[in-house]
Design a protein around this ligand. Structure first.
Ligand SMILES: C[S@@+](CC[C@H](N)C(=O)[O-])C[C@H]1O[C@@H](n2cnc3c(N)ncnc32)[C@H](O)[C@@H]1O
Length: 277
């Protein structure tokens, strides 16, 4: 039975009937923490009740929080504790990879799970990858864990995310193949080293992109993430066309992939660009 239905049955006599329909249809699960995204205002007084009900219904959940937004350019989550243990750190396991994550400090998108799997299968043996927006290793840790011949340089400028990235490298025992670099990727991205560049961030500018080009050794791929509206799903940003035109390298846009729906009109895309120097 769907979680919304289960919640409605459990809370039938505790919540005003007219509000039962407004109960959220689901939550994200990160490790043993359930995260609701912006519960309807009318349910404000019932949020603890909903949180307690989730702990009763889902044996994998020990903490329930609500994420009401993000703040600053580091996208620090704004959260409220609803039920269960008062802690925000958990270990999330996915594709044989363990991620230690503090959900009060870092956002981690379960909606990118398909992309993580796609990358594991896409990457060839012996590749060297540059993850320019590494965060806690969201996209690049599973690649290294699942392919013992791959090396990754992961760059991150948020101190909290970087320290979790370092922890996760140790947790997954890949210190010999995952090289974390602290700082601004516009200064710290290594040159002429990689066969694949991950650009998992929505505010990419020309400077970031030029660093990605420099990082490619002779030929390889850039995976450029962006958002777009429903009507422009097959169009990469104008910005990319301009960059492709302006560079001296041979660049071909091979594919534009839909990664997830962010809201009814907004989509997360990845543009796969092949580069030859
Ligand atoms: C949205 S997270 C990306 C997570 C992951 N790549 C994914 O797609 O799931 C973006 C990360 O890039 C980092 N970041 C943004 N600009 C940066 C820069 N110029 N240099 C290094 N890190 C940067 C942020 O701190 C954040 O941790």
């Amino acid at each position: 039975m769907k979680i919304k239905k289960q919640l409605q049955l459990l809370l039938k006599n505790k919540i005003d009937n007219s509000l039962l329909n407004k109960i959220p249809s689901g939550y994200s699960r990160i490790g043993d923490i359930a995260i609701f995204h912006q519960i309807e205002r009318d349910l404000y007084n019932y949020r603890k009740l909903i949180g307690d009900a989730i702990i009763d219904l889902d044996p994998q959940i020990n903490v329930v929080i609500e994420q009401v937004g993000t703040r600053t350019s580091f996208r620090i989550p704004k959260i409220k504790h609803l039920a269960g243990e008062e802690r925000y750190t958990t270990i999330h396991n996915e594709y044989r990879t363990s991620f230690e994550i503090d959900v009060s400090k870092i956002t981690f998108s379960p909606g990118n799970k398909g992309e993580r799997n796609h990358l594991i299968n896409l990457v060839d043996n012996n590749e060297v990858i540059c993850d320019m927006f590494a965060c806690i290793g969201n996209l690049s840790l599973p690649i290294v864990v699942n392919n013992p011949s791959v090396q990754v340089y992961g760059i991150e400028w948020n101190e909290v995310a970087f320290s979790l990235l370092e922890k996760n490298i140790r947790l997954n025992k890949i210190e010999d193949r995952y090289f974390p670099i602290y700082g601004d990727n516009r200064e710290k991205t290594p040159s002429n080293i990689a066969s694949r560049i991950l650009m998992g961030y929505f505010e990419i500018d020309e400077k970031h992109f030029n660093c990605a080009l420099k990082a490619i050794k002779t030929k390889g791929w850039i995976h450029y993430h962006s958002t777009t509206t429903r009507d422009n799903l097959n169009e990469p940003e104008e910005f990319i066309y301009q960059l492709v035109e302006d560079t001296n390298y041979n660049l071909v846009i091979k594919e534009i992939r839909k990664i997830k729906k962010i809201s009814p009109r907004l989509y997360h895309l990845c543009t796969d660009i092949y580069v030859e120097k």
